[in-house]
Design a protein around this ligand. Sequence first.
Ligand code: PMP
Length: 406
Amino acid sequence: LFSDLRPLGPEGPFSLETQFIADSDSCKVNLIIGAYRNNQGQAWQPPSLVEAKKRIHVESCLHEYLPLHGSAEFLESSKLLVLGPEITNQAYDRIASIQTISGTGANSLIAKFLDNHTHPANIWLPDPTWVNHADIWKENAPGVDLRWYPYYDESSRSLSFSAMIQTLQRDTQENDAILLHACAHNPTGLDPTKEQWEEIALVCKEKKLFVIFDSAYQGFASGDLDHDAWAIRHFFTHPGLEFAICQSFSKNMSLYGERLGALHIVVSRKSSSPPTASVHGHLAEIQRACVSMAPLFGSRVANEIFKSEDLHLMWQADLLLMSNRIKTMRKAVYDELVRLQTPGNWDHVVHQTGMFSYTGLTEEQVGRLRKEHHVYMLPSGRASICGLTCANFKYTAQAIHSVITD
Ligand code: PMP
């Protein structure tokens, strides 16, 4: 039955991770994984998370099923977190929310939901984007064609803004879906300015596109939860624009393996009455067939953080600490490249935001970094800055210098 099946090993980051683990060199550096590491290169538990778990009394808590939509308390708080109190109040009857299997689950659910119910001809993804986006749409929305809008200009290592707007204006059709990264674009680390976001919102509105915000880094990118939600909240100010938010708590709460996320859909006033009820029902129906309901433990931890003012403040301090460490490492490796007089301009390393740097290194240079210096990053040149520490940034800069100059 399975003899024709092509053998398939782990791909992309997962295959590199396996190679990294097998590498016995004592100087090896892991810039692959999109997960926070502390200055010792270790996985880290933010103090807010440790305290929240203490307050849960894990030994005695029950492990019942969540309702199909997930934890109502968590959904209220996560909605408030991303949209802020003003919008949440104004739109209390226009937001359909469901707890999902983290950001991946939210992206998959919205793809399936649109394919089943609103039938967009195309989903427009930024070129480049998080590698999983294309697979998620292929797997979950076979009736929707994958299209790419320009995002990154390789020669200037900046946002390809005019080309992006031109493509959206010229090539999109009414009812197409478009995916936008709410902040800390993965992999480029480049986000539109506020003025550019305003222009993007106008094009989406004029072309009647359904917008999907992928929000995987709120608070983690800048250290400020409101700042990182600005673009999403701005879209709300355009009446008639309907959009979805795929929210992940992997990075900002360090709940990677607990798979905590949410999908929120902001529907327009003109939709059926009560506006959200049918959307809500269909989301639950699809989720039931795929996974029944999202897991409980992560939402329990998050609820603890959301409901206590002291833990919420502690969490904000944790976010600041993580984002500041990343900024410090960006500056450190940048300064070292400048000191070494490594050919090229490295300003982008400090200007990009979030976890990743799109270094501009070629696939061949990335291969040499791995083989000759045991420094691992994605073939696209994407490096996770979280893997840099005070102990390895000089070695990493020297390795980059060597593959460029030798
Ligand atoms: N969207 C983007 C842009 C991401 O970078 C990630 C994580 N790498 C995700 C979604 C989903 O992550 P998770 O499923 O762990 O929430």
